[in-house]
Design a protein around this ligand. Sequence first.
Ligand code: ATP
Length: 324
Amino acid sequence: INKIGVFTSGGDAPGMNACIRAVVRTGLYLGKQMVGIHQGYQGMIDKKFSNMDSKSVAHIIQQGGTILKTARCMEFRTPEGRALAYKNLKEEGIDALVAIGGDGTFTGAELLSREYDMPVMCVPGTIDNDLYGTDFTLGYDTATNTVIEAIDKIRDTAASHDRLFFVEVMGRDSGCIALRAGVAAGAEAILLPEKETGIDDLIEKLEAGADQHKTSSIVIIAEGEKNGGAYNVAKHVKEKFNFYDIKVTILGHLQRGGTPSSFDRILASRMGYAAVNALIAGETRKMVGLQGNAMHLTELTEAINNHSFKLEDDLMEMSYILSL
Ligand code: ATP
């Protein structure tokens, strides 16, 4: 391996820049040429390559987003698209890749690698923490901290006005952010995609809180939960329970941005460093991950084909008891 290309793909996540920095500087240290590929797979097709030296990744460890940009690329899903991408990579002299993204990104990397015998190493970058083979994905800790900060602020106004707030957070299939943020912010109830909570059950919890003389409450709702999101839940609760004035807040894309937490910066650095070292050691088609505070490699096919359920069962029950 002489020239390694690095790119970010799929949804952006805080910590991606710290990981790019680690990949570039580890590769340079090991005597490799490093190339940034802009806008993920689209950049391979459009030849958006730039040589990266140590300075090109200076002062980015603390920045959210990704300096290499990210994109969703339909063309790369076709054999013709991947053929063009490979031709361009070859012309550029890139003979190995580090991909930072989610399972869609991994699927693209796995296909390209198999079809053209290109060594690839993947890094799990997504705020949802829903990937197999790693205890934590890049960006998850920062996103959870962002949610907690927002809920702390919402609680101030909820308490001042005696209100019930339904706060919707990101997580179409994964309730990881909702659960951890709920525990850390002391939410009275948490609704997750993985667990069905009926409106009557929720009302029962809220009534229990009211019986304990609570004058305000916060309910966290993961966007993929089964009752149809925060506005629907609020509507149904309002029909049967009017102890509080009810408000809804959707946190939305602010959860994706912001300066990465120390946890994400360190995780990103470890993962980027491990990815390049694994490539140089002859590994390919694997994902680097954190398992029990050590770096592990998982076959990409295994990472792609297994859904990860990382919800800590004890947190759910505990969160309710601790909020009473
Ligand atoms: P996130 O979890 O944040 O959505 P992701 O990596 O799963 O991240 P996707 O949009 O699913 O995001 O995938 C990123 C890109 O990977 C796609 O735009 C596409 O270019 C490529 N990709 C995804 N699935 C495939 C596939 N089946 N075959 C080839 N390429 C794919």
